[in-house]
Design a protein around this ligand. Structure first.
Ligand SMILES: C[S@@+](CC[C@H](N)C(=O)[O-])C[C@H]1O[C@@H](n2cnc3c(N)ncnc32)[C@H](O)[C@@H]1O
Length: 250
């Protein structure tokens, strides 16, 4: 099947203020008024990413503004960045949201994509972007040496299905970072809060480390390593997200 890779920015010029900044990049130093969510540079070792990626391929699932894509390209990888497309619907929790929610999501994705392409141009990146929904990665997508599923399982109705789908496209190493649920049992906890006036429309789960460990083991991964929990500090919203990373190799 033909796959639609995008290797150059679809936007001719991008104003830094027209982007939604999930990730902090060094170029934000010069843009005082720009708000971003996570500054991950000093926390990189917690994501268990291989140091040397020369000659290797990397799939970044849920790339957002592409922080991990550009870092892995810097380490030598050939990179494909994946995220929801403008017209893909995220898995929304079953709450009676107003129909404007869909329109708001498209606008949000547009701003998120623009941030990715702004950074892509800044780093003169050769990373290719592909869009879709993780429940079914695009037909024709190859297998990658290293795949990262970065803090996106919590946003999916079927996290195990998403892990299986990522595994289908992974040759060697699968890394998952995810919001931490403090249990020794292999469980997911439904994390919606419909009592809140403004419920997070696409946050479904908190997942325990042993759930992820068992998922990787079941899929045949060995040499499983775990890092965390460690706190990710959200600058925009002012909260901390306890997070874990798990990595397995085949
Ligand atoms: C919490 S952000 C994580 C960004 C980045 N991976 C990181 O770890 O810093 C989740 C990302 O997953 C994307 N996403 C959410 N649901 C998705 C889905 N069903 N399919 C593909 N991507 C999705 C969002 O658009 C967003 O870019």
């Amino acid at each position: 099947m033909n796959i639609k890779y995008i290797s150059e920015s679809p936007y001719k010029t991008i104003d830094i203020n027209d982007c939604y900044w999930y990730h902090y990049f060094d170029f934000h130093k010069k843009a005082d008024n720009v708000v971003w969510e996570y500054k991950l540079g000093s926390m990189l070792e917690k994501f268990l990413l291989p140091e040397d990626m020369k000659g290797k391929t990397f799939l970044d699932i849920g790339t957002a503004n592409g922080f991990f894509s550009f870092e892995m390209e810097r380490r030598g990888a050939e990179v494909v960045s994946f995220d929801l497309g403008l017209d893909d619907q995220p898995d929304q929790i079953p709450y009676p949201f107003s129909p404007d929610r869909v329109k708001a999501n498209r606008e949000f994705m547009l701003q998120l994509h623009k941030g990715y392409w702004y950074a892509h141009q800044y780093f003169q990146s050769n990373a290719k972007a592909v869009y879709g929904h993780i429940k079914q990665l695009p037909g024709g997508l190859e297998k990658f040496d290293v795949t990262l599923i970065g803090s996106i399982l919590q946003h999916t109705r079927d996290p195990l299905g998403a892990i299986i789908e990522a595994d289908r496209h992974t040759n060697h190493t699968l890394i998952i970072s995810e919001a931490y649920y403090p249990s020794k049992e292999p469980v997911m906890c439904f994390h919606a809060n419909p009592k809140d006036e403004n419920p997070q429309y696409w946050t479904w789960w908190r997942i325990s480390p042993s759930f992820l460990e068992l998922a990787l083991e079941t899929l045949g991964y060995k040499d499983i390593k775990l890092c965390g929990p460690f706190d990710l500090i959200n600058r925009r919203h002012g909260y901390k997200v306890p997070t874990i990373t798990i990595k397995g190799t085949k």
